[in-house]
Design a protein around this ligand. Structure first.
Ligand SMILES: Nc1ncnc2c1ncn2[C@@H]1O[C@H](COP(=O)(O)OP(=O)(O)OP(=O)(O)O)[C@@H](O)[C@H]1O
Length: 115
């Protein structure tokens, strides 16, 4: 039980650390709050809530993984290396693609409700 509590504690520490250092993560969380408020205002359906929450969660999780990859690369080398660049840029590309898909999902859910 203590071990389970400790893993929650470490995860919370990781989240706080990422929130302190990563501007993009703060932007995603701010956007998520706005989208959730819109969800309530537009009275979206249960299925739409599920899709929206999965999208929000996916974006935040990807940003956290991207941050972890950045940290790991920085720990592995402080020298300029093409593989370090690839690792960081590919992780950033994953976030970028998911962000585009998230915007499309947001438009598909909200556009019909406000037009
Ligand atoms: N050790 C390295 N070797 C080669 N290129 C690197 C290295 N570290 C970072 N880069 C590259 O320099 C650019 C800026 O990287 P940086 O680590 O500042 O992250 P970032 O992309 O600005 O992301 P964030 O704003 O989330 O920290 C990226 O293209 C990255 O791939």
């Amino acid at each position: 039980m203590k071990k389970l509590w400790l893993s929650f504690h470490y995860a919370t520490e990781g989240l706080i650390q990422a929130l302190k250092s990563e501007r993009n993560l703060r932007i995603h969380i701010f956007s998520a709050v706005i989208v959730v408020i819109f969800g309530f205002l537009c009275k979206i359906s249960s299925v739409e809530w599920c899709i929206l929450l999965l999208t929000i969660g996916g974006m935040i999780v990807l940003e956290l993984i991207n941050t972890a990859i950045e940290r790991t690369v920085d720990l592995a080398t402080d020298k300029i290396h093409p593989l370090a660049k690839q690792a960081k840029d590919i992780a950033a590309a994953a976030c970028f693609i998911f962000a585009i898909i998230s915007v499309i999902i947001g438009l598909l859910i909200f556009l019909p409700k406000i037009t």
